[in-house]
Design a protein around this ligand. Structure first.
Ligand code: PLP
Length: 334
């Protein structure tokens, strides 16, 4: 049954591949590990926001918007992909970017920030690290309205209920692939930040009565705060699509041991994880999200959290452009 009766734009041809990571499994002596290549989704350099944007942009177009406004860190993957979707649709795009630390904005910054310029963001509004991003977006939307334009503000990470539908659809896609491959996945492991990816997967698997458990590896926040955030978004998304069922808080599992000192701050475990996947499978992770998520998967395997016969699917949510802004971290470790 299709629970998602929402309009959708399509930015990827077909499904993203699921690949077996035999060399990584062997190196870890762990369960069978597979990877869902959402880093290969459509729009500039791919990543998980592309799925959310398929629903968000369809909603924006339906509402007659001519400009997408969103917000995030100076290296935000979500801002890069929102801008790419706007370009693709002939819309304009304004970005509210919070400084890594107040006064620490580097106008020459590379990575995603370079791509904001390359793809022609109409405006980059830089605000202090503790600034109010939603309030700044509202100000930009009000200014556009005065000019007779219509903005569609998208919350941080695209994690509104509408954006979360993208990962409900992904859960459906995983179930279909698992069926075709004859491999039921016991666990899906993903980075969790603004919560839409994990909440959408949980809602989507529940809609399919799948037995796959979702483990979120935090990239910021403590376990309790993140689990509550995911749970609330799961409930409100299920309500949006009229999905009936029981949604106990115990359904949500987040691990906070791999965050380290804070968001986007490198950890030795992240460096090990990024190198290990690069050197066993030739697949690139990023230092902020997927590197820490893989560090979480490795940590859980080493702790004996999985049985040898389990099938574990790691969701590669993208983020590679940020890798090149951390060259010093990886070169220092040589
Ligand atoms: C590469 C990457 N992975 C994972 C995430 C986390 O996804 P979510 O914000 O839906 O929890 C993000 C969010 O910005 C991201 O950019």
């Amino acid at each position: 049954m299709n629970h998602i009766r929402y309009e959708r734009r399509r930015y990827t041809n077909g499904q993203t591949p699921i690949e077996e990571l035999k060399r990584l499994s062997e190196a870890l002596g762990g369960p069978a590990i597979y990877i869902k290549r959402d880093d290969l989704l459509g729009l500039a350099a791919g990543g998980n926001k592309t799925r959310k944007l398929e629903y968000l942009v369809a909603d924006a177009l339906k509402q007659g918007a001519d400009t997408l406004i969103t917000c995030g860190a100076v290296q935000s993957n979500h801002c890069r992909l929102t801008l790419a979707a706007a370009v693709r649709e002939g819309l304009r795009c304004q970005l509210v970017l919070s400084e890594p630390e107040t006064g620490g904005y580097n106008p020459q910054a590379s990575g995603n920030h370079l791509l904001f310029h390359l793809m022609g963001a109409e405006k980059l509004q830089i605000i202090p690290a503790d600034g109010d991003m939603p309030a700044e977006m509202e100000k930009l939307a009000a200014a556009l309205e005065k000019e007779g334009r219509k903005a569609y503000p998208i919350p941080v990470g695209g994690s509104s209920e509408v954006g979360t539908l993208g990962y409900m659809a992904c859960a459906e896609e995983i179930e279909q692939q698992a069926w075709e491959m004859g491999i039921p996945f016991d666990y899906v492991v993903t980075a969790t930040g603004s919560a839409g990816t994990q909440a959408g997967l949980l809602a989507g698997f529940a809609a399919r009565q799948s037995s796959a458990s979702v483990i979120g590896i935090n990239v910021s926040r403590d376990r309790e705060t993140q689990e509550k955030k995911v749970h609330e978004l799961l409930l409100s998304t299920a309500e949006l699509v009229g999905l009936k069922g029981e949604w106990p808080a115990s359904l949500v599992r987040c691990e906070d041991e791999y965050v380290g000192p804070g968001y986007a701050i490198p950890t030795p475990e992240m460096v090990e994880a990024v190198k290990l996947l690069a050197q066993t499978e030739g697949i690139l992770l990023d230092p902020v999200y997927t590197g820490k998520a893989m560090a979480g998967l490795i940590g859980l395997i080493r702790k004996g959290a999985f049985r040898k016969e389990d099938r574990v699917l790691f969701l590669h949510t993208g983020g590679a452009p940020a890798l090149y802004t951390y060259a010093d971290v990886f070169l220092a470790e040589r």
